[in-house]
Design a protein around this ligand. Structure first.
Ligand SMILES: [Zn+2]
Length: 371
């Protein structure tokens, strides 16, 4: 998931980011606690105390989520998998773990440590509770104990991408020795539990508790859509497995001399070929890439005076790939870098260009052949 939020610091070399939806949920939680939960449970505090407690509790809840995510991240790093950042957002936290686990046991430990950490936090809050003689401190410890217990249990639901779903995947992966089958099974259970939560939420909403019902249904919908996008991605990965960039890349890409104006480039080269990019040459050798998106940023009336070299991205600044690179890795690279095409380079220079469109066409071809 590519969410970028507000970076607030680094722990163990991992950047901690707050997504903007985080502020919304903390404010909402603080409000619900300050005007609903605490006044109902504990009488006789002042309005200021209810609000202070609401805010402190909401923030500490997210600190609990952060500790849970840190546990995942530290185990991943222990196995040599990079973790650039943890993002806290509307539904909790997400650790951006840089690669799929290389073995079932690694996946098992990375996943299980999260709920175990939440249970440990719950036990800790439970233990310190009797030591806190002041009312609000006691209330805080009690609330955090319950919420961490709930977090641990909820995350153990055996549906991907929840921790329990990853545990399930690691077990199926180990017993079937097929990562592909394990992912599809864990994805299917993720969708099943997602639908279950949606139905439960709708039922709860219609039997009186509208707020809770909507919230449960939203979480269910989030789980279902995350699970189905993983299934889709895995189907895609499996189809492309074993195929190389050279098989899908475009060899007949548009090339244009760098001194050409944008006007000429569009009219003579791009439009007739229905192309969305061109490799720009200088002294006959490839020098950079110009995309239709980059041309559109130049005002129309300046097209005749602007040479292609002026707006091209030079080859040495571009991400590139090689003909024998794994096709799936090239696609992941495009996703990471947010680009739609990669020049394909070997010892002789640019031998092709790989675009997302090329991969889609290639896949369509594979489907026809395998049908
Ligand atoms: Zn987790």
């Amino acid at each position: 998931m590519h969410r970028r939020g507000l970076p607030i610091g680094r722990i163990f070399g991992i950047s901690i980011d707050l997504d903007y939806s985080w502020f919304l949920i903390v404010a909402l939680l603080a409000w619900m606690l300050a005007v609903g939960y605490f006044p109902a449970q504990y009488r006789g505090w002042s309005t200021g105390e209810y609000w202070a407690m609401g805010i402190i509790t909401a923030v500490l809840l997210f600190v609990s989520v952060l500790i849970h995510e840190l546990a995942h991240s530290l185990v991943a790093k222990h196995y040599g998998i990079p973790v650039p950042r943890i993002t806290l957002f509307l539904f909790g936290g997400v650790s951006q773990i840089g690669a799929e686990p290389p073995a079932p046991a690694v996946e098992f430990w990375i996943a299980i440590v999260g709920p175990l950490t939440s249970f440990a936090l719950a036990a800790l809050c439970w233990e310190i509770e009797p030591l806190l003689s002041v009312g609000p401190g006691l209330a805080l410890a009690q609330y955090l104990a319950w919420i961490n217990l709930f977090l641990g249990l909820f995350n153990l639901i055996p549906g991907f991408p929840l921790d329990g779903g990853r545990v399930l995947r690691s077990i199926v992966w180990r017993s079937t020795r097929s990562y592909h089958r394990a992912t599809l099974i864990a994805g299917a259970t993720g969708r099943f539990f997602g639908f279950l939560l949606i139905f439960w939420g709708v039922w709860t909403a219609f039997t009186g508790n509208i707020g809770n019902g909507i919230w449960i249904a939203i979480i269910g919908w989030f789980l279902e859509s995350a699970a189905s996008s993983y299934v889709q991605q895995e189907t895609f990965r499996n189809l492309l497995e074993g195929h190389r960039v050279a098989e899908a890349m475009q060899r007949n890409f548009v090339q244009a001399p760098g001194e050409e104006s944008l006007e000429e480039l569009v009219e003579h080269d791009l439009a007739p070929a229905h192309a969305t990019y061109a490799v720009v040459t200088r002294f006959g050798a490839p020098a950079g890439l110009v995309t239709v998106d980059a041309i559109r940023e130049v005002p129309r009336q300046e097209w005749p005076m602007t040479p292609a070299t002026q707006i091209m991205t030079p080859l040495d600044k571009l991400d590139t790939t090689q003909p024998n690179a794994i096709l799936w890795s090239a696609l992941e690279k495009m996703g990471r870098d947010g680009v739609d095409q990669l020049p394909v380079i070997d010892g002789n220079g640019v031998v092709g260009v790989l675009s997302r469109e090329d991969i889609v066409h290639y896949l369509a071809g594979l489907r026809v052949l395998s049908a």
